[in-house]
Design a protein around this ligand. Structure first.
Ligand code: CUA
Length: 151
């Protein structure tokens, strides 16, 4: 009885190890190079019933984005280019979705739960905010925008 590893099994183990290394490399690239962070649950912001934009400094903003049938509150968010924006989202009624185009903000908006994601706006322009969870007959009307200004 031989204890040597069969050649085919060695190849499979090698491919699996290479796959793990490639996977870790891609995760590291996404996290450190692209700045993509996995959304998390937040316990220090309680569910809110009014949307608002809070300026913490000229380039730091906290957005309390409220979803409701069938609108975002606030619908328009204005920040200067180069801003870092912390999005906290919750819902007044049913489950909605929050997707901010060309960012990593892609969250579920759930009643009595606050979800969170951070985005940095490096280029000026209009970044549409869309609901990506079917939430009723007015779902397609849910539209907002982040306006990133040049100054
Ligand atoms: Cu809100 Cu779809």
């Amino acid at each position: 009885m031989s204890s040597a590893i069969p050649p085919l099994e060695k190849k499979v183990i090698g491919i699996a190890i290479l796959g793990c290394i490639a996977h870790l490399g891609l995760i590291s690239y996404a996290a450190f190079r692209l700045g993509i962070a996995v959304p998390g649950c937040v316990t220090n912001v309680r569910p809110f019933t009014q949307g608002q934009v809070i300026a913490q400094s000229p380039k730091r903003y906290e957005v309390h984005l409220l979803t409701k049938m069938w609108a975002f509150e606030p619908a328009t968010i204005r920040v200067p280019v180069g801003s870092t924006v912390d999005f906290y989202v919750t819902s007044l009624d049913v489950t909605h979705g929050v997707f901010v185009d060309r960012t990593n903000v892609n969250l579920m908006s759930i009643p009595n739960v606050v979800n969170y994601a951070r985005a940095r706006f490096k280029k000026p322009g209009r970044y549409p905010v869309l609901c990506h969870e079917y939430c009723g007959t007015g779902h397609q009307a849910m539209y907002g925008v982040v306006e990133v200004t040049d100054n």
